[in-house]
Design a protein around this ligand. Structure first.
Ligand code: SAM
Length: 284
Protein backbone atom coordinates (compact mmCIF):
# COMPACT_ATOMS: atom_id res chain seq x y z
CA UNK A 1 0.00 0.00 0.00
CA UNK A 2 1.36 3.41 -0.88
CA UNK A 3 1.40 6.01 1.93
CA UNK A 4 1.83 9.77 1.66
CA UNK A 5 5.57 9.39 1.21
CA UNK A 6 6.14 5.70 0.45
CA UNK A 7 7.87 5.18 3.78
CA UNK A 8 6.71 2.15 5.80
CA UNK A 9 3.56 2.44 7.95
CA UNK A 10 4.24 3.93 11.39
CA UNK A 11 3.28 0.73 13.22
CA UNK A 12 6.12 -1.03 11.39
CA UNK A 13 8.50 1.83 12.15
CA UNK A 14 7.67 1.61 15.85
CA UNK A 15 8.20 -2.13 15.93
CA UNK A 16 11.39 -2.02 13.91
CA UNK A 17 12.98 0.61 16.18
CA UNK A 18 11.37 -0.65 19.39
CA UNK A 19 9.74 2.71 20.09
CA UNK A 20 7.39 1.66 22.85
CA UNK A 21 5.68 4.76 24.23
CA UNK A 22 7.07 6.12 27.51
CA UNK A 23 4.69 7.92 29.81
CA UNK A 24 7.35 10.13 31.41
CA UNK A 25 8.08 11.63 27.95
CA UNK A 26 4.38 12.34 27.32
CA UNK A 27 4.40 9.88 24.43
CA UNK A 28 1.03 9.38 22.75
CA UNK A 29 1.74 8.76 19.09
CA UNK A 30 -0.38 9.53 16.04
CA UNK A 31 -0.05 6.62 13.63
CA UNK A 32 -2.69 7.53 11.05
CA UNK A 33 -0.91 9.38 8.26
CA UNK A 34 -4.19 10.75 6.88
CA UNK A 35 -4.71 12.39 10.24
CA UNK A 36 -1.17 13.77 10.48
CA UNK A 37 -1.49 15.21 6.95
CA UNK A 38 -4.76 16.81 7.98
CA UNK A 39 -3.08 18.43 11.01
CA UNK A 40 -0.21 19.59 8.78
CA UNK A 41 -2.74 21.24 6.45
CA UNK A 42 -4.19 23.17 9.40
CA UNK A 43 -0.82 24.91 9.71
CA UNK A 44 -1.56 26.88 6.51
CA UNK A 45 0.66 27.26 3.46
CA UNK A 46 3.88 25.37 4.12
CA UNK A 47 5.79 25.76 0.88
CA UNK A 48 8.35 28.51 1.24
CA UNK A 49 8.17 28.13 5.04
CA UNK A 50 10.46 26.61 7.63
CA UNK A 51 8.60 24.61 10.25
CA UNK A 52 9.71 24.03 13.82
CA UNK A 53 8.33 20.78 15.20
CA UNK A 54 8.74 19.82 18.86
CA UNK A 55 8.62 16.15 19.79
CA UNK A 56 8.41 14.39 16.38
CA UNK A 57 8.60 10.92 17.98
CA UNK A 58 8.36 8.29 15.22
CA UNK A 59 7.63 11.11 12.76
CA UNK A 60 3.96 10.90 11.77
CA UNK A 61 3.39 14.66 11.83
CA UNK A 62 6.89 15.25 10.43
CA UNK A 63 5.96 13.17 7.40
CA UNK A 64 2.73 15.13 7.04
CA UNK A 65 4.56 18.47 7.19
CA UNK A 66 7.11 17.42 4.57
CA UNK A 67 4.52 15.81 2.30
CA UNK A 68 2.45 19.02 2.51
CA UNK A 69 5.43 20.94 1.14
CA UNK A 70 7.35 22.45 4.09
CA UNK A 71 10.60 23.92 2.76
CA UNK A 72 12.53 22.73 5.81
CA UNK A 73 11.50 21.08 9.08
CA UNK A 74 13.58 21.47 12.23
CA UNK A 75 12.49 18.75 14.63
CA UNK A 76 13.60 18.75 18.27
CA UNK A 77 13.19 15.38 20.00
CA UNK A 78 14.30 14.43 23.50
CA UNK A 79 14.09 10.66 23.02
CA UNK A 80 17.17 9.37 21.22
CA UNK A 81 15.32 6.11 20.41
CA UNK A 82 13.37 8.06 17.73
CA UNK A 83 16.48 9.19 15.84
CA UNK A 84 16.83 6.18 13.46
CA UNK A 85 13.16 6.47 12.42
CA UNK A 86 13.61 10.20 11.79
CA UNK A 87 16.82 9.54 9.82
CA UNK A 88 14.81 7.34 7.44
CA UNK A 89 12.45 10.26 6.79
CA UNK A 90 15.38 12.66 6.29
CA UNK A 91 16.78 10.29 3.63
CA UNK A 92 13.53 10.53 1.63
CA UNK A 93 13.54 14.35 1.79
CA UNK A 94 17.22 15.27 1.28
CA UNK A 95 18.18 18.56 2.93
CA UNK A 96 14.65 19.23 4.18
CA UNK A 97 14.66 17.65 7.65
CA UNK A 98 17.06 18.56 10.45
CA UNK A 99 16.71 16.68 13.73
CA UNK A 100 18.14 17.87 17.01
CA UNK A 101 18.25 15.42 19.90
CA UNK A 102 17.59 17.42 23.06
CA UNK A 103 15.11 19.12 25.35
CA UNK A 104 13.06 21.77 23.55
CA UNK A 105 13.02 23.84 26.74
CA UNK A 106 16.81 24.27 26.54
CA UNK A 107 17.38 24.69 22.81
CA UNK A 108 17.28 27.95 20.89
CA UNK A 109 15.96 26.89 17.48
CA UNK A 110 16.51 30.22 15.74
CA UNK A 111 20.03 29.50 14.54
CA UNK A 112 18.61 26.67 12.42
CA UNK A 113 15.58 28.43 10.94
CA UNK A 114 14.99 30.91 8.13
CA UNK A 115 11.84 33.08 8.11
CA UNK A 116 8.99 32.79 7.40
CA UNK A 117 8.59 30.25 10.19
CA UNK A 118 5.62 28.23 11.38
CA UNK A 119 5.50 26.01 14.45
CA UNK A 120 3.57 22.75 14.43
CA UNK A 121 3.58 20.06 17.07
CA UNK A 122 1.78 17.28 18.84
CA UNK A 123 3.27 18.55 22.05
CA UNK A 124 4.35 16.49 24.99
CA UNK A 125 1.66 17.44 27.52
CA UNK A 126 4.18 18.04 30.28
CA UNK A 127 5.94 20.88 28.44
CA UNK A 128 3.19 22.10 26.09
CA UNK A 129 1.85 25.02 28.11
CA UNK A 130 5.31 26.23 29.09
CA UNK A 131 6.44 26.33 25.46
CA UNK A 132 3.24 28.10 24.39
CA UNK A 133 3.69 30.80 27.04
CA UNK A 134 7.31 31.32 25.94
CA UNK A 135 6.27 31.66 22.29
CA UNK A 136 3.56 34.15 23.28
CA UNK A 137 5.81 36.32 25.45
CA UNK A 138 8.97 37.07 23.46
CA UNK A 139 10.93 40.28 24.21
CA UNK A 140 9.80 41.80 20.89
CA UNK A 141 6.57 41.59 18.90
CA UNK A 142 5.98 40.35 16.16
CA UNK A 143 7.61 37.09 17.23
CA UNK A 144 9.90 34.88 15.14
CA UNK A 145 6.91 32.68 14.16
CA UNK A 146 3.94 33.39 11.91
CA UNK A 147 1.65 30.71 13.26
CA UNK A 148 1.44 27.96 15.87
CA UNK A 149 -0.52 24.77 15.20
CA UNK A 150 -0.46 22.79 18.40
CA UNK A 151 -2.11 19.74 19.91
CA UNK A 152 -3.17 20.11 23.53
CA UNK A 153 -5.41 18.35 25.98
CA UNK A 154 -8.88 19.61 25.05
CA UNK A 155 -9.25 21.37 28.38
CA UNK A 156 -6.06 23.39 27.75
CA UNK A 157 -7.17 24.21 24.19
CA UNK A 158 -10.43 25.56 25.62
CA UNK A 159 -8.50 27.80 28.02
CA UNK A 160 -6.57 29.29 25.10
CA UNK A 161 -9.67 30.31 23.12
CA UNK A 162 -11.94 31.08 26.12
CA UNK A 163 -14.06 34.24 26.25
CA UNK A 164 -14.99 36.33 29.32
CA UNK A 165 -17.62 34.87 31.59
CA UNK A 166 -16.59 31.25 31.05
CA UNK A 167 -14.84 29.03 33.58
CA UNK A 168 -11.96 28.43 31.19
CA UNK A 169 -11.23 32.17 30.81
CA UNK A 170 -8.01 33.32 32.42
CA UNK A 171 -4.43 34.41 31.81
CA UNK A 172 -3.80 31.89 29.04
CA UNK A 173 -6.75 33.25 27.00
CA UNK A 174 -5.61 36.85 27.54
CA UNK A 175 -1.99 36.08 26.68
CA UNK A 176 -2.98 34.21 23.54
CA UNK A 177 -5.65 36.59 22.31
CA UNK A 178 -3.84 39.87 23.03
CA UNK A 179 -1.39 39.43 20.16
CA UNK A 180 -2.71 36.45 18.21
CA UNK A 181 -5.84 35.00 16.67
CA UNK A 182 -6.57 31.66 18.31
CA UNK A 183 -9.00 28.98 17.07
CA UNK A 184 -9.63 25.33 17.82
CA UNK A 185 -9.43 23.68 14.40
CA UNK A 186 -9.75 19.97 15.26
CA UNK A 187 -10.86 17.82 18.17
CA UNK A 188 -9.49 14.28 18.51
CA UNK A 189 -10.80 11.42 20.65
CA UNK A 190 -8.37 9.45 22.84
CA UNK A 191 -8.44 6.53 20.33
CA UNK A 192 -6.64 8.67 17.76
CA UNK A 193 -3.43 8.08 19.76
CA UNK A 194 -1.29 5.07 20.66
CA UNK A 195 -1.48 4.57 23.56
CA UNK A 196 -4.76 6.48 24.06
CA UNK A 197 -4.57 9.21 26.72
CA UNK A 198 -7.39 9.47 29.29
CA UNK A 199 -8.93 12.58 27.74
CA UNK A 200 -9.70 14.12 24.34
CA UNK A 201 -7.24 16.42 22.57
CA UNK A 202 -7.64 19.43 20.32
CA UNK A 203 -5.52 21.28 17.80
CA UNK A 204 -5.28 25.04 18.27
CA UNK A 205 -4.14 27.30 15.45
CA UNK A 206 -2.74 30.68 16.47
CA UNK A 207 -1.74 33.37 14.00
CA UNK A 208 0.53 36.18 15.20
CA UNK A 209 -1.02 39.62 14.74
CA UNK A 210 1.37 42.28 13.42
CA UNK A 211 0.62 44.38 16.52
CA UNK A 212 -1.16 43.78 19.82
CA UNK A 213 -4.94 44.17 19.65
CA UNK A 214 -4.76 46.96 22.29
CA UNK A 215 -1.67 48.78 23.47
CA UNK A 216 -0.29 47.90 26.90
CA UNK A 217 3.08 47.31 28.51
CA UNK A 218 3.54 43.50 28.51
CA UNK A 219 5.06 43.44 32.01
CA UNK A 220 2.26 45.56 33.53
CA UNK A 221 -0.46 43.58 31.74
CA UNK A 222 1.13 40.38 32.97
CA UNK A 223 1.23 41.71 36.54
CA UNK A 224 -2.41 42.88 36.44
CA UNK A 225 -3.76 39.64 35.01
CA UNK A 226 -1.66 37.51 37.38
CA UNK A 227 -3.01 39.39 40.42
CA UNK A 228 -6.58 39.38 39.06
CA UNK A 229 -6.73 35.66 38.25
CA UNK A 230 -4.72 34.40 41.21
CA UNK A 231 -7.77 35.31 43.26
CA UNK A 232 -10.37 34.97 40.53
CA UNK A 233 -13.34 34.72 42.89
CA UNK A 234 -12.53 38.00 44.65
CA UNK A 235 -13.74 41.40 43.52
CA UNK A 236 -11.04 43.27 41.61
CA UNK A 237 -10.79 46.07 44.17
CA UNK A 238 -9.59 43.39 46.62
CA UNK A 239 -7.47 41.20 44.32
CA UNK A 240 -5.68 44.22 42.79
CA UNK A 241 -5.31 46.20 46.02
CA UNK A 242 -1.58 45.59 46.20
CA UNK A 243 -0.93 47.14 42.76
CA UNK A 244 -1.72 50.78 43.54
CA UNK A 245 -3.01 52.75 46.55
CA UNK A 246 -5.89 54.16 44.52
CA UNK A 247 -6.77 51.07 42.50
CA UNK A 248 -10.51 51.76 42.78
CA UNK A 249 -10.14 55.07 40.91
CA UNK A 250 -7.98 53.43 38.23
CA UNK A 251 -10.51 50.64 37.79
CA UNK A 252 -13.31 53.17 37.40
CA UNK A 253 -11.28 55.17 34.86
CA UNK A 254 -10.69 51.97 32.89
CA UNK A 255 -14.44 51.38 32.78
CA UNK A 256 -14.31 48.45 35.20
CA UNK A 257 -16.61 48.32 38.24
CA UNK A 258 -14.42 47.70 41.34
CA UNK A 259 -16.89 44.97 42.35
CA UNK A 260 -16.34 42.99 39.13
CA UNK A 261 -14.39 39.73 39.17
CA UNK A 262 -11.50 38.93 36.84
CA UNK A 263 -13.44 36.48 34.73
CA UNK A 264 -15.99 39.17 33.79
CA UNK A 265 -13.42 41.60 32.35
CA UNK A 266 -12.40 41.46 28.71
CA UNK A 267 -9.03 42.02 27.11
CA UNK A 268 -9.75 45.62 26.07
CA UNK A 269 -10.51 46.63 29.66
CA UNK A 270 -7.50 44.78 31.11
CA UNK A 271 -5.28 46.64 28.61
CA UNK A 272 -6.90 49.98 29.55
CA UNK A 273 -6.21 49.25 33.22
CA UNK A 274 -2.59 48.30 32.47
CA UNK A 275 -2.06 51.61 30.62
CA UNK A 276 -3.60 53.65 33.45
CA UNK A 277 -1.58 51.81 36.06
CA UNK A 278 1.64 52.41 34.17
CA UNK A 279 0.84 56.12 33.76
CA UNK A 280 -0.12 56.47 37.45
CA UNK A 281 3.12 54.83 38.55
CA UNK A 282 5.32 56.94 36.31
CA UNK A 283 3.70 60.19 37.47
CA UNK A 284 3.95 59.19 41.15
N1 SAM B 1 4.78 14.01 17.20
C1 SAM B 1 4.62 12.59 17.53
C2 SAM B 1 3.27 12.10 17.11
O1 SAM B 1 2.41 12.95 16.84
O2 SAM B 1 3.06 10.89 17.04
C3 SAM B 1 4.87 12.34 19.02
C4 SAM B 1 3.98 13.11 19.95
S1 SAM B 1 4.17 12.71 21.65
C5 SAM B 1 2.65 13.39 22.28
C6 SAM B 1 5.35 13.87 22.30
C7 SAM B 1 6.78 13.73 21.82
O3 SAM B 1 7.58 14.74 22.44
C8 SAM B 1 7.45 12.43 22.17
O4 SAM B 1 8.11 11.94 21.03
C9 SAM B 1 8.46 12.79 23.28
O5 SAM B 1 9.61 11.96 23.29
C10 SAM B 1 8.81 14.20 22.90
N2 SAM B 1 9.26 15.04 24.03
C11 SAM B 1 8.87 14.98 25.33
N3 SAM B 1 9.44 15.95 26.06
C12 SAM B 1 10.22 16.67 25.20
C13 SAM B 1 11.06 17.81 25.34
N4 SAM B 1 11.21 18.42 26.51
N5 SAM B 1 11.71 18.25 24.24
C14 SAM B 1 11.56 17.65 23.04
N6 SAM B 1 10.78 16.56 22.85
C15 SAM B 1 10.11 16.08 23.91
Amino acid sequence: MSTIDNLPPLREVIQKHDLRARKQLGQNFLLDLNLTSKIARQAGELSGHDVLEIGPGPGGLTRGLLAEGARHVLAIEKDARALPALAEIAAVYPGRLTVINGDALNIDPLAHLTPPIRIAANLPYNVGTELLVRWLTPPEWPPFWQSLTLMFQKEVAERIVATPGSKAYGRLALLAQWRADARIVMTLPPEAFVPPPKISSAVVHLTALPEPRYSADPAVLSQVTAAAFNQRRKMLRASLRGLHPDIEALLAQAGIAPTQRAEEVDLEHFCALARLLKAARSSA
